[in-house]
Design a protein around this ligand. Structure first.
Ligand SMILES: N[C@@H](CCC(=O)N[C@@H](CS)C(=O)NCC(=O)O)C(=O)O
Length: 153
């Protein structure tokens, strides 16, 4: 009788340990899946920004840069769309302030903040008179429609 109770308790204990191991294994797998997904989307320029602190120092820095010049471009030095946007302003002899995010340690965080502000973290992110106007193709399209000069006034 006593022996079977001990056996039952041992079985329960083993069962519980097994359950906990399985649970931890599932959590680890889910965590690993999340990390892989995050890395994949990061690679695609779609990094998750669920952890963005919009009151933190990086967000504060970004908010301070936007009104610094009439045209502010959050850019990457090698990015062809950024080059396209800059060329549009160069042709108009319009000065701009460009921040090259690939040359900054906080570039990724700045992109996360920009996603919160503009809806995307791709570069360029172009602001005119403190307002977000779009990426490289948007700037080009605004120029072709004759709307860019109006925004620059
Ligand atoms: N349609 C966008 C395309 C911009 C784009 O694809 N930018 C690339 C760099 S050239 C990007 O942001 N990739 C993700 C990253 O660098 O984080 C535009 O015209 O601005």
């Amino acid at each position: 009788m006593r022996g079977s109770l001990v056996q039952e308790l041992t079985d329960d204990c083993e069962h519980e340990q097994l359950r906990m191991i399985q649970e931890n294994f599932t959590i680890c797998r889910l965590y690993s899946l999340c990390e892989q997904t995050k890395n994949f989307f990061g690679f695609m320029g779609l990094r998750s920004s669920t952890m963005v602190n919009m009151e933190g120092p990086v967000a504060k820095f970004v908010k301070e840069q936007i009104p610094k010049e009439k045209v502010v471009i959050f850019s990457k030095s090698y990015c062809p769309y950024c080059k396209m946007a800059k060329e549009v302003f160069d042709k108009l002899s319009q000065k701009y302030y460009a921040l090259e995010l690939d040359q900054r340690e906080d570039g990724e965080e700045i992109q996360d903040v920009l996603k919160e502000i503009t809806g995307a973290r791709s570069v360029p992110r172009v602001f005119i008179n403190g307002n977000f106007v779009g990426g490289g193709s948007d700037v080009k399209a605004l120029q072709e429609k004759g709307e860019l000069v109006k925004l620059l006034q």
